[in-house]
Ligand binder design. Structure first.
Ligand code: CTP
Ligand code: MG
Length: 235
């Protein structure tokens, strides 16, 4: 059983101030961290990287030595993920969809979502919510949802290949928007397994997140993935 990985890296990074997937992190462009993690995973046979259209036309030179296929993304994350899924050309049984904005994914989390997806058809990693959550409208607190029933969604999210192809084709046709891929299953009533997320698999959205990620690297909490084909400093 093999899996293809689609890494969505087609965003503009507006909240961070630049397309974060290309910024250096521990001497490696952020996007390369997840490329290397998928390259190192024995269950992953193909990697598609979804880039902003202008970068897809001329991919960055540091991607040339990697075993990836590049394609152009769309205006939304949903559109980019759909275009990435369409670009998978192997007969992979499973498709993993991952945000380039989460550089610290591990083989453990990939294993967990693949195992659960093989039972249920779709799976994602989830972390418990530790903050008290408030619903706020117009500057006023409306209520306090029960946080024991809430979870923080992560990527990679894993799907049976035919299922996610169908869901993205339908979303493109009907203009359905979704901030992650399992939401497409939910709207069709397709079950999704929730597996244990990884607290280190943080999402880099703001400058504060990037500063934290840099500290995790410099303090040795996470280590820079290396590849056999690496020839030198990509910068
Ligand atoms: N993404 C994408 N195509 C888009 C929008 C987002 O491939 N049109 C990707 C991003 O590159 C990122 C992931 O989806 O890896 C999660 O999106 P997010 O963290 O929101 O990144 P950006 O959209 O780049 O950031 P912002 O919303 O701050 O502009
Ligand atoms: Mg975004």
């Amino acid at each position: 059983m093999s899996a293809a990985a689609v890494i969505v890296a087609g965003g503009r990074g507006e909240r961070l101030g630049s397309p974060k997937q290309f910024l250096p992190l521990g001497g490696l462009p952020m996007l390369l961290w997840s490329v290397r993690s998928f390259e190192a995973h024995p269950g992953v046979s193909e990697i598609v990287v979804v880039l902003p259209a202008e970068a897809a036309a001329e991919p960055p030179p540091w991607l040339k030595g990697e075993s990836v296929r590049c394609c152009a993304g769309g205006d939304t994350r949903r559109a980019s993920a759909g275009l990435g899924v369409l670009s998978v050309d192997s007969n992979a049984d499973w498709i993993l969809i991952h945000d380039a904005a989460r550089p610290f994914l591990t083989s453990g989390v990939i294993d967990r979502v693949l195992a659960a997806a093989s039972d249920v058809g779709a799976a994602l990693p989830v972390l418990p919510v530790s903050d008290t959550i408030k619903r706020v409208e117009g500057g006023r607190v409306v209520d306090t949802p029960d946080r024991s029933r809430l979870g923080r969604a992560q990527t990679p999210q894993a799907f049976e290949a035919g299922l996610i192809r169908h869901l993205h084709a339908m979303a493109a046709e009907k203009g359905i928007s979704a901030s992650d891929d399992v939401a497409l299953c939910e709207s069709e009533g397709h079950p999704v397994a929730a597996v244990e997320g990884d607290p280190w698999n943080l999402k880099i959205t703001t400058p504060a997140d990037l500063a934290l990620a840099e500290w995790l690297v410099t303090s040795g909490r996470v280590s820079v993935p290396r590849s056999g084909s690496e020839t030198g400093d990509p910068f």
